[in-house]
Design a protein around this ligand. Structure first.
Ligand code: NAD
Length: 255
């Protein structure tokens, strides 16, 4: 359960927020009192507006920002607009991501580049654009959405797995660089979550049942399952937690 408006006055930027896990994270942060800068690609403008309206209904300020996280100029314009409308950014959730299924043997070079550009480079570009704000205020919370796929992976997802492993490596070094500045950086690794992307793993009932059988909680995850752990990393409850990766997978990977 949310813990009331403990984040009053804090502002969070969530990328890929129009649907799925990003939408649930945005609404979870709104419930906790964060004002929100919500991003997605222009094609998702309608869905982003719906998420923004739901968040506003919780009484927080929300700005909608259309930008491709893999395009540096669009990212800088997005962050500039967030600052102009909301003042600054205290928490960044790099959630935008894509999955293109292909075996290593058949994977086109363009698919490798697209997945790396959005998942890995996008995380880097948005972080780089937000860091000066966090540095100036000596405060920041960065939560990057990786994946258990970045630790283990499944067939036809080698490039996706590589991109998420890149996000985890990036986060571990980022945490060391920005720790002295009052900024934390952590990863959340969702397991199998029922979203448009997650359906790739879930359309076939036999595969879905197989995942349930591999999960301690014996169910498929919902986007809302990811929101609480992300809110923890965006809050002061995690002030002395940095450079970590937390699996949010119902117990597929036990450690
Ligand atoms: N669903 C799962 O099972 C699962 C598991 C592990 C990790 N994840 C990760 O969680 C995150 C959210 O995934 P989801 O399942 O909600 O997927 P989704 O496809 O439902 O949502 C992804 C969102 O990112 C947006 N996006 C894509 N490219 C973008 C770009 N270049 N710039 C800005 N926004 C862009 C999409 O428009 C979409 O709104 C992703 O990083 C994904 O890799 C998902």
């Amino acid at each position: 359960m949310a813990q009331g408006n403990r984040a009053q006055g804090k502002i969070a930027l969530v990328t890929g927020a129009s649907r799925g896990i990003g939408r649930a994270i945005a609404l979870g942060l709104a419930e906790r009192g964060f004002d929100l800068a919500l991003n997605d690609i222009a094609r998702q403008a309608g869905a982003l507006a719906e998420t923004a309206a739901e968040a506003r209904a919780q009484g927080v300020r929300v700005v909608e920002l259309h930008a491709d996280v893999s395009a540096k100029d669009e990212v800088q314009a997005m962050v500039d607009r967030a600052v102009a409308e909301l003042g600054t950014i205290h928490a960044l959730v790099n959630n935008a991501g894509i999955l293109i299924a292909a075996t290593v043997e058949a994977c086109p070079e363009t698919a490798w580049d697209q997945v790396m550009d959005v998942n890995a480079k996008g995380t880097f570009l948005v972080t780089q654009a937000v860091l000066p704000l966090m540095k100036a205020q000596a405060y920041g919370r960065i939560c990057n959405i990786a994946s258990i796929g970045g630790k283990h992976g499944a067939p036809e997802q080698a490039h996706y797995s590589a991109s998420k492993a890149a996000v985890m490596g990036f986060t571990r070094v980022l945490a060391q660089e920005v720790g002295p500045l009052g900024i934390t950086a952590n990863c959340v690794c969702p397991g199998i979550i029922l979203t448009d992307m997650g359906r790739v793993n879930l359309d076939d009932p036999a595969i879905r049942d197989g995942w349930k059988a591999k999960t301690a909680m014996a169910r498929i995850g919902a986007p809302e399952d990811v929101a609480g752990p992300v809110a923890f990393f965006c809050s002061d409850d995690s002030a002395f937690v940095t450079g970590q990766t937390l699996n949010v997978d119902g117990g597929i990977v036990l450690s």
